[in-house]
Design a protein around this ligand. Structure first.
Ligand code: GLU
Length: 492
């Protein structure tokens, strides 16, 4: 590669950051890092009705969360600013004037009614719906006079005859005949520039060498390519990333799962899992590795390896991958990641958790093998925070424990045996062995012992290791819960 690439991510702040957008950003960023180039962030906010500062903030936050840093952008500036399209209107106007003067563009005065009628007629004749170039025939001096006198006009790009080939690293060379391209509108009658126009002005101003974006933009590429030619600028190389599809093979939508990056962050998907999974949507490290780090991504990413076919976004695989990363986290990290979810569930305050940091790490450790995402923790540990005489339970657990004929008595006997053993604290490993021996001596099968005890401690008959749970609760709480459950079962 001769000179270092300059690539960009150019979101429109008209909604939350879509997972498809996040993937586009990751691929561009990884490409720049791999090839020693620059990655730019540009905000495409030319739609004043739908663009908001809140969405812009949320997009930047999402990118930061993914661990993506940009070399130039609206928040940090750079030599090719402004990086927000709404701040560049004078520049766009100047380019439009230049293209009008050189004959690459013309004013069009056609009314909406005329255009509607034209379209209806073409439709009736089963012809392609294109502008018939009525205003291209006007004398430019006459047009300029009409505009100066206040008549409303759009500026259209004048598509020349011919054929163009552009480089697409994913789809191969893309050849198109100019006949397929309409004389598209560059500037609306209110003076506002359109997306296809701004994008090219910006990519030229910013020295963009490679444009990697979603396949939905493939229809725009010919229009943009012709504009580069009209401006006498070198055309960038392209890469149109495959669509992300739901497991039903249709375009990803809310119907098949969350589509905003923020939804996955808010649900407690580990960041590394999100990066890994999104990159697998159309790319693979090699033929075999499913799990890879950001460093590996940067070392290996190349746009040529991105597939053309649609990428299936499988939420189940995503959850599985989240679990793989969650299980690798050191306890202190996992505890920190889970804290906001426990606080949100109102089980404890952040201060309480940090005052009992070692204890909370032990809590997290007991559940680490069982959860896939951070938000699954609170429901599984809620029992630890409930009053000893009011541990919540459910009918299924109650019914399961009632199957054991002498459950209440078993709990009383065990409590009596246990009390002196735990007076000095709970050693889970030692207690596991001695308790099993006690149950055997009593002639109790393990479920007839474990299930009532677990029910007493957590209100459930399944869950984390019983003796780990005892250590988490502490001796006093364990004894009180055994008694409370024995009373409850005896009453019923
Ligand atoms: N602003 C466009 C979008 O959000 C991206 C344009 C481009 O990458 O060329 O889809």
């Amino acid at each position: 590669m001769s000179k270092p690439p300059r690539v960009r991510f150019a979101p429109s702040p008209t909604g939350k950051l879509h997972i498809g957008g996040a993937r586009t950003a990751l691929f561009n960023w990884a490409y720049a890092r791999r090839h020693g180039g620059q990655f730019l962030l540009r905000i495409e906010d030319t739609d004043p009705e739908r663009s908001t500062k809140e969405f812009e903030r949320a997009i930047l936050e999402g990118l930061h969360w993914l661990g993506i840093q940009w070399d130039e952008g609206p928040d940090i500036g750079g030599p090719c600013g402004p990086y927000r399209q709404s701040e560049k209107y004078p520049q766009y106007r100047e380019v439009a004037q230049r293209l009008l003067a050189s004959g690459h563009a013309y004013h069009c005065f056609c009314s909406t009614e005329r255009l509607d009628q034209l379209r209806a007629e073409q439709e009736g004749r089963k012809e392609r719906q294109v502008y018939d170039r009525l205003c291209a025939k006007l004398d430019p001096a006459e047009s300029a006079r009409r505009v100066a006198s206040g008549e409303k006009a759009v500026v259209r790009f004048h598509v020349p005859p011919g054929e163009t080939v552009c480089i697409d690293h994913i789809r191969g060379d893309v050849r198109f005949s100019h006949d397929e391209v309409d004389d598209w509108v560059m500037v609306r009658s209110d003076g506002s520039p359109t997306y296809n126009f701004c994008v090219v002005c910006d990519d030229v101003d910013m020295g963009i060498t490679h444009v990697f974006r979603g396949e939905e933009h493939l229809v725009n590429t010919p229009k943009q390519v012709l504009l580069y030619q009209a401006l006498g600028q070198p055309m960038p190389e392209f890469g149109h990333l495959p669509l992300m599809l739901g497991t039903d093979g249709k375009k990803l939508s809310k119907r098949t799962g969350d589509t905003a990056l923020q939804d996955y962050r808010d649900k407690g998907y580990p960041r590394e899992a999100v990066v890994n999974f999104l990159c697998l949507q159309g790319w693979a490290l090699d033929g075999t590795s499913v799990l890879f780090s950001v460093d590996q991504l940067v070392q290996h990413f190349d746009i040529k390896d991105v597939q053309k076919a649609g990428a299936i976004f499988d939420p189940e695989k995503f959850r599985w991958m989240a679990g793989e990363y969650l299980r690798k986290e050191p306890l202190a990290t996992l505890a920190a990641h889970c804290t906001p979810f426990v606080v949100e569930a109102e089980l404890a305050t952040a201060e309480q958790l940090s005052e009992n940091a070692k204890w909370f790490e032990e809590v997290v450790k007991t559940e680490q093998p069982r959860i896939n995402i951070y938000s699954e923790l609170p429901a599984r540990i809620a029992y630890l925070f409930q009053p000893d005489d009011a541990v919540e339970t459910n009918d299924a657990a109650l019914a399961a424990v009632r199957k054991h004929a002498n459950a209440a008595q078993t709990l009383r006997d065990y409590r009596e045996w246990l009390a002196p053993k735990v007076a000095g604290g709970i050693d889970a490993a030692a207690l596991r062995d001695t308790s099993k021996a006690w149950a055997a001596e009593k002639g109790l099968k393990l479920p007839a012992f474990f299930q009532p005890v677990r029910f007493a401690l957590s209100g459930e008959v399944h869950g984390a290791d019983l003796f780990d749970v005892m250590a988490l609760l502490g001796a006093e709480s364990v004894l009180r819960r055994l008694e409370a459950a024995a009373n409850r079962l005896a009453e019923a």
